[in-house]
Design a binder for this molecule. Sequence first.
Ligand code: SAH
Length: 515
Amino acid sequence: MTVERQKNRARVYLVGAGPGRADLITVRGAELLKSADCIICDRLANPVLLKFARPDAEIINVPKREGTGLFTQEEINKLLIEKASSRQNIVRLKGGDPCIFARGAEEAEVLSDAGIDFEIVPGITAAVAAAGYTGIMLTHRDYSSQVVFVTGHEAEGKKDTNIDWRLLAEFPGTISFYMAMGTLEFIADQLIKNGMDEAAPAAVIANATLPNQRIAKAPLRLIAEKCKKDGLEPPAIVVIGEAAAGDTRLSWFMKKPLFGKSIVVTRDRRGNADFAARIIRQGGNPIEFEAIEIKPLTQTNKFLKTLSRFPDYDWIIFTSANGVNIFFDCLQNLAKDARVFASAKIAAIGSQTANRLTEFGIRPDFVPAVFTGKELGSQLIGHTNLKGEKVLLLRSQLASNELIDIMQQAGAEVDNVPIYTAVTAKNDCAWLTEKISGGAIDWLTFTSPSCVRAFFDQILPDIVNSSNAKVASLGPVTSEHLEELGVRINVIAKEHTIDGLLKEIEDSERAKNIS
Ligand code: SAH
């Protein structure tokens, strides 16, 4: 799908970012973000969405809060027109739907009056998303044939409010209030005063669709108190009516195995992003700490010389997805492709390494069902006679010599060529130390010795040992390094992959819930 670019004519797209979770933006919205010259962003739009932005796109955040002196609506309107005079594709990114309690209409009016082309790209609005993520059905053939969206912002103290409390109190369906946390008590009062049953079911859903989603349920009379007691904070949707009772059978999101768990990932940026996506899929809250930075060594003479001699090798072995990524980045930079492998056979440690190769069109000839170098060596020897074979190892500079020794003992001629190394990334650690010590972290995960080293270079083992945070290790090699530093380990993955590690954490959480 491509986004049309009209020559020399600016166009402003009012795009709904969806309710919070980044992947709930529409396909059209994401495509427009990718091609935008300028993105003007609301406070409620998930900043993760900016990963779609072009590196050269201008990003302007316009948090808008009444009375705080941040951007006023008039300033935003002006900015839209100003940007449309110098840029071509402008995305105005707004939380939820751009036209539901979002002043999208005013922005569109201003653009229309200024003769600037615009489009509106709808988004999933918070009330709809909150319903879907809690099993509170806005409509249901048994009890709700109508829905109304109301702003709570207008409720209190506004003399000329448009809210008709009598009508709402008698409304025979589901009422969803936006921006109502500050006026919840007043809202309940008004509805009850105007005839609604004080025992009517009410629910408040905060941070809908996000890992920190919370829900409070109570009869209408008590809902404000319940929210205070449970510490629910905006943004939140208030649902009133039969529907608010919900049906626990339909509440799928909060039943996810890692729901509500804050899990720190400590790999490099690319690895963290992959790991975080898997945690989100299981309902968890990933906290990305970039412990290491992966530095390619593919520009070294040693590597470039090796590359020209690929046809000499019988076996080429990759031991990590990182290695595969870096190798193919390098091929691309050199304007080469997978034909460099010639007739060499390819082996990969672990399914993730193999999957990554497959994505580049390479089907590895051998993928041992084990995950350490030592095991790969033993299995490869079992699989094929390595006597006199020329083997090339493309891997981290930090890998141990075990694999080389095993293959040499089997008669192979081994070239070990490091294609990347990991260095400690520079971080501001105070925020994470505070979270760990403050009990806000459920799990810390470690997936390699270099992550362990880099993490504990920056955060003292004692901080972790004396906290509630549990430690999960990918396997024996990683555990060895944790033990050396005196870090207490709570679980070790049986299958030494990211998914294996997550499964271990899930099992541990499940066991805790049962006991
Ligand atoms: N245009 C947005 C609404 C903006 S008004 C939309 O269509 O969703 C801001 C209000 O939206 C908040 O006060 C809150 O009531 C609601 N809201 C936005 N994001 C939310 C979320 N993730 N969870 C619950 N409510 C949310």
